[in-house]
Write a protein that binds this ligand. Structure first.
Ligand SMILES: Cc1ncc(COP(=O)(O)O)c(C=O)c1O
Length: 388
């Protein structure tokens, strides 16, 4: 079989070998229930607590502020619904942006039914919100600001620290939630220093397993539990802990943090080289990701005018190259991306948009075959549609 090139790491990543080995060992040997009083239970509990310490160290917070969940979607739901339901009397206004992940945006329909009012920050053409607009939207009723750190479709980095400063200076307490599913393990993420009260992490985006995640909850922040039961995770997330997933997440984070800067340099070089090689192959393509300090090192979104991205995706697949059309979460729904719409792309640019996303496991040598394959496919497709 020819070599496969996986450039879809924002959809999910392969699990580290060390993580898979540790999870396997946990499943067959250290399989206890952390609530059991005997040795097997205590061993499992120790594994969970060890992972909690690793997560806390990576985020520079206290271990008791780390809650394990099933992933980014659950953490986002737990934070937004949890804070609103527990603090209704303090305000009913939520501020967010119009480029959030569906696991944030779709929660607001439910919150609006419950009487909350939601305001959306707009993004500029580079996909970044304007922090000054936030100052205009804040009002006496504002309870929560929820923003993503890195956008999963464009790779745009939001001014998370600046927003934290604005909220610190505001005369009334406003809770601050940040979705760091696409940034944690790659960019610095410092919730305590940046004034963040709640923060979401997902294991499978950083070489951990699917079904593992974290909600950081600043000590003293009151949220309502969404799942009632045996009272695990200090009563905020009942259900027997996913011990293999949790210990695996701990290991994945340990490995990601150890070589973080080196990995970032490698991914940034791959991204930059791929962008310029593709531009040589397809001069009329449009690069939708940023190459200044508002662009994440691992996401490259490019529009190929006159091409349908799904068709191009399957062409590339025939050469063993895996990419995404728009975001994997919305790619199958058949409507134009809300993120690219917010960035004012034309319909044609959106229809022809491809996301390439990298991990440290990719190599610079993979760039040339991908760029050549893209060039060949685009020329063929443009000829078929009479554009070539
Ligand atoms: C920015 C962002 N938030 C949340 C999620 C959901 O995370 P999970 O797949 O762990 O539920 C994703 C997944 O793509 C994402 O990109």
């Amino acid at each position: 079989m020819e070599k496969e090139i996986y450039f879809d790491n924002s959809a999910t990543t392969p699990v580290y070998r060390e993580v898979a080995d540790l999870m396997h060992e946990t499943m067959i040997r250290n399989f206890g229930n952390p609530s059991s009083l005997h040795k097997k239970g205590i061993q499992a509990e120790q594994g969970v607590n060890h992972a909690r310490k690793i997560l806390a160290a990576a985020l520079e917070v206290k271990p008791e502020e780390i809650y394990f969940t099933s992933g980014g979607t659950e953490s986002n739901n737990m934070a937004i619904k949890g804070i609103c339901l527990a603090n209704k009397s303090r305000g009913n206004h939520i501020i967010t942006s119009n480029v959030e992940h569906p696991s944030v945006l779709n929660v607001y329909d439910h919150m609006e039914e419950l009487g909350f009012r939601v305001s959306f920050l707009h993004v500029q053409e580079n996909g970044v919100v304007d922090a000054d607009e936030l100052k205009e939207l804040l009002c006496h009723d504002t309870l929560l600001v929820s923003l993503m750190h890195v956008n999963n479709e464009s790779g745009a980095i939001q001014p998370i620290q600046e927003v934290g400063e604005i909220l610190k200076d505001y005369h009334k307490k406003v809770y601050y939630h940040v979705d760091t599913v696409q940034s944690f393990g790659k960019l610095p993420v410092l919730p305590d220093k940046w004034g963040i009260d709640m923060l979401s992490v997902s294991g499978h985006k950083l070489h951990g397993s699917k079904g593992s995640g974290v909600l950081y909850l600043r000590k003293g922040t009151r949220i309502k539990a969404l799942v009632e039961g045996g009272g695990q995770e200090k009563r905020l997330r009942s259900g027997t802990e996913n011990v293999p997933g949790i210990v695996g997440l701990g290991k994945a984070v340990e490995l990601a943090m150890k070589d973080r800067e080196e990995h970032v340099k490698k991914m940034a070089a791959i991204r930059e080289t791929l962008a310029s090689r593709i531009k040589e192959q397809v001069p009329d393509c449009k690069i939708n990701s940023n190459f200044d300090d508002t662009g994440a090192p691992h996401i490259l979104n490019i529009s190929f005018p006159g091409i349908k991205s799904e068709v191009l995706l399957h062409y590339l697949e025939q050469d063993g190259i895996y990419v995404s059309s728009g975001s994997a979460c919305s790619a199958r729904k058949g409507k134009l991306s809300h993120v690219l719409t917010a960035m004012h792309l034309t319909d044609e640019e959106m229809e022809g948009s491809i996301r390439f996303s990298f991990s440290y496991m990719n190599e610079l040598e993979e760039v040339v075959p991908v760029a050549e394959s893209v060039g060949k496919a685009v020329r063929e497709l443009q000829q078929l549609t009479g554009r070539g």
